[in-house]
Write a protein that binds this ligand. Structure first.
Ligand SMILES: C[S@@+](CC[C@H](N)C(=O)[O-])C[C@H]1O[C@@H](n2cnc3c(N)ncnc32)[C@H](O)[C@@H]1O
Length: 335
C-alpha cells in the first residue's frame, strides 16, 4: 500500500499557505511567479488535492462530454477512447501520456488500444499511486511511469510513436516550449493529441466578471495562466506541428448534461450530493471532526474550501461559455 496524505503529514497548513501565496496578487503571487516556480506550485497543489480528486471523481482526473442517461464513468471512458481512436493508437506503438495523474486514462488507453503507454508526471505521490494501480490492474507490463517534468523529458529525440495529454498541458508555464519538447521526442510523422483547458472566443479580457472567473479557475486548479484557443493553436504551429484537426468538444454531448454538471450539486449522484449546499455543510462538519481527532491533517478543511471555490468558478466559466476543459486537437510532426 502507498501512503495517504494523512500518513505523509498531520498538518498541511503551511503547504496550503504556500500554494495560496502563488495566487495572492496582493502579496507577491502573480502569473510570473507561478510560471517561474511552476514545479513547486503544481506539485504542491497535487500533493494537497489528489486524495480529494480520487474520492470525488475517480482515478481519471478529467471531464467529458456526456449524453442524457449515460453514466458518468461511461462518459469518461468514451472520452478516452475517442482520443485513442483519433490518434490511431494500436498494439506495438510506444505512446507518451503527459501529466498522467494516477493513471486512469493511461490504463483506459492501454486496454482500448493495446499500445505500450509511458506516463510522465511531476508529482511523486501520484506516480507512486499510479504504479500501484497499474500493478493491481495487471497492467504493469503495458504501462510504465516516469517521474519527470514534461518541460524536460528524459527521453531520446524521435523515440516516441504518439503523444497524448488529458487536461494536463494547461499546467505548462510556456506552451510553445512544451510543444517543442514533445515534438523533439516524437518520431517524424508522429502525432500529438490533447484535451486542453482554454478560454473560448466568448472570453472578453476587458470584462471584470470574466477575469474573476478565470482567476478562480487558476487558483482552484493549480494553473499558472489559462490561454485562449487561438493562442494554443498558434503555439502548436510555432512548435513545428501541422494541425490535423481541432474542435471544442464541450458541446459535443447533450445540452442537458454539460461537462460541469457533476460540479453543480444539481445532479443525483454522490458527487452531486457532496456538492449540494447541504452536502457541502455535511462534508465541512465531517472534516472539522476528522481534523480534531487527528484522522485528517490540519488544513484539510481549507483545501476542501478552495476546491469548492475552484469548482464554482469552473461551473461559472462553463455556463458563461467562456471556458472549455476540452479543446481537442491533433497535431502532426512533419515526416
Ligand atoms: C488535471 S491532472 C490530469 C491527470 C491525468 N491526465 C488524468 O486525466 O487523470 C494534471 C496532471 O498533470 C501533471 N503535471 C502538471 N505539470 C506537470 C509537469 N510540468 N510535468 C509533468 N507532469 C505535470 C500533474 O501532476 C497531474 O498529474
Amino acid at each position: 500500500m502507498g501512503t495517504t496524505a494523512t500518513e505523509r503529514s498531520d498538518d498541511v497548513r503551511d503547504d496550503v499557505a504556500q500554494y495560496r501565496g502563488f495566487h495572492d496578487e496582493g502579496d507577491g503571487g502573480d502569473v510570473e511567479t507561478r510560471k517561474t516556480d511552476y514545479t513547486t506550485m503544481v506539485s504542491g497543489f497535487y500533493d494537497l488535492v489528489t486524495d480529494f480528486y480520487e474520492r470525488g471523481w475517480g482515478k481519471s482526473f478529467h471531464f467529458a462530454p456526456r449524453f442524457e442517461g449515460e453514466p458518468f464513468h461511461a462518459s469518461i471512458a468514451r472520452h478516452q477512447h475517442f482520443l485513442a481512436s483519433r490518434l490511431g493508437l494500436r498494439p506495438g506503438m510506444r505512446v507518451l501520456d503527459v501529466g498522467c495523474g494516477v493513471g486512469g486514462p493511461m490504463r483506459g488507453v492501454a486496454r482500448f488500444s493495446g499500445a505500450q503507454v509511458i506516463g510522465v508526471n511531476i508529482n511523486a505521490y501520484q506516480v507512486s499511486k499510479a504504479r500501484r494501480y497499474n500493478v493491481e490492474a495487471g497492467l504493469a507490463e503495458k504501462c510504465e511511469l516516469i517521474e519527470a517534468d514534461f518541460m524536460e523529458l528524459p527521453l531520446e529525440d524521435g523515440s516516441i510513436d504518439a503523444i497524448y495529454g488529458f487536461e494536463a498541458t494547461c499546467h505548462a508555464p510556456d506552451k510553445t516550449a512544451l510543444f517543442r519538447e514533445l515534438e523533439r521526442v516524437l518520431k517524424p510523422g508522429g502525432r500529438f493529441a490533447a484535451y486542453e483547458w482554454c478560454l473560448t472566443s466568448a472570453f472578453d479580457v476587458e470584462d471584470v466578471e470574466h477575469l474573476r472567473i478565470k482567476k478562480g479557475i487558476e487558483e482552484g486548479d493549480g494553473l499558472p495562466d489559462i490561454w485562449t484557443i487561438d493562442a494554443t493553436r498558434a503555439c502548436l504551429t510555432d512548435a513545428g506541428f501541422t494541425l490535423i484537426e481541432d474542435e471544442d468538444r464541450a458541446s459535443s454531448g447533450d445540452a442537458t448534461t454539460p461537462w460541469f454538471l457533476p460540479l453543480t450539486g444539481r445532479e443525483r449522484s454522490m458527487t452531486g450530493l457532496r456538492r449540494s449546499p447541504l452536502g457541502r455543510r455535511a462534508v465541512s462538519a465531517l472534516i472539522t471532526v476528522l481534523e480534531a481527532v487527528g484522522k485528517a491533517p490540519k488544513g484539510t478543511k481549507e483545501v476542501s474550501q478552495f476546491l469548492h471555490d475552484g469548482a464554482d468558478a469552473l461551473v461559472e466559466g462553463g455556463e458563461a461559455g467562456i471556458f472549455t476543459p476540452m479543446f481537442f486537437f491533433v497535431g502532426e510532426k512533419p515526416a
